[in-house]
Design a protein around this ligand. Structure first.
Ligand code: ZN
Length: 243
């Protein structure tokens, strides 16, 4: 049940067609884990907290650097040198007292990815490297948990939602690992993609709308165009082929 305050707080989304108080109650009971507390993870977190998701876990091992501040909008001048989970946790915990926020300052690797993502309704990929994205993809398939991918480069962004065993996974779409390098990013690009990821998470939880599955959404900020590439499951995929 929602409290009187919650009914008032979420009024404008409760009146969305198909959402209702039932949708808000689903959000209240739901948990989301965001891998990464940077350009993608922070806008996703802000909107999930504002929307009233029950529990949010954010995982990041990094410290705030000056070169992060053009895009990682919850890290401010005063936070330089602080752990990102502490900096982001401090602000997010003041946004909405109804949300349980759990900040985890660990590096995601093969040994902990399954444990760190266990028991959540949605996993959000807000990483900046393909190795960790593939680890999250594998963990999502293992847990049968819906997984929302997001990636950015300059003014280009991509997003896709994965229903393990049913729709194309990251391994069906991407082969191999790109070289690790410093890449360009305008802050608005992950801002936009992170919000698309949060929107997908809210749709997954509440059951409204159509998910971004078997379609890779591509945002081109330079031309200000959205397009999509149809993708399908690959029976030879090393992640989901035998699932
Ligand atoms: Zn696959």
């Amino acid at each position: 049940m929602l409290t009187a305050d919650e009914t008032q707080r979420y009024d404008r989304q409760i009146i969305i067609n198909g959402f209702g108080e039932a949708g808000q109650e689903k959000l209240k009971r739901a948990s989301v884990v965001i891998a990464g507390s940077g350009g993608l993870g922070l806008p996703a977190a802000v909107y999930l907290v504002a929307a009233g998701v029950g529990k949010l876990r954010i995982i990041d091992h990094d410290k705030v650097e000056l070169s992060n501040l053009n895009r990682q909008i919850l890290h401010w001048d005063k936070d330089l040198g602080q752990k990102k989970v502490e900096s982001a946790g401090e602000k997010l915990s003041q946004m909405n007292g109804n949300v349980t926020i759990e900040m985890v300052g660990e590096t995601i690797d093969e040994s902990n990815v399954v444990k760190l993502t266990d028991g959540f309704n949605v996993i959000i990929d807000a990483m900046d490297n393909m190795e960790t994205r593939f680890l999250l993809n594998k963990a999502a398939i293992k847990h049968s948990t819906l997984f929302v991918h997001g990636a950015v480069y300059g003014l280009e962004g991509r997003a896709m939602t994965i229903i393990p065993g049913k729709t194309a996974c990251l391994g069906c779409v991407y082969r191999g690992l790109p070289p690790k390098e410093k890449f360009p990013v305008l802050g608005t690009t992950p801002g936009l993609i992170g919000m698309i990821q949060a929107t997908e998470a809210i749709k997954i939880i509440t059951g409204i709308g159509e998910l971004l599955t078997n379609r890779l959404l591509i945002y081109d900020g330079l031309k200000m165009k959205f397009s999509e590439v149809q993708v399908k499951r690959d029976s030879g995929c090393k992640f989901c082929g035998s699932f």
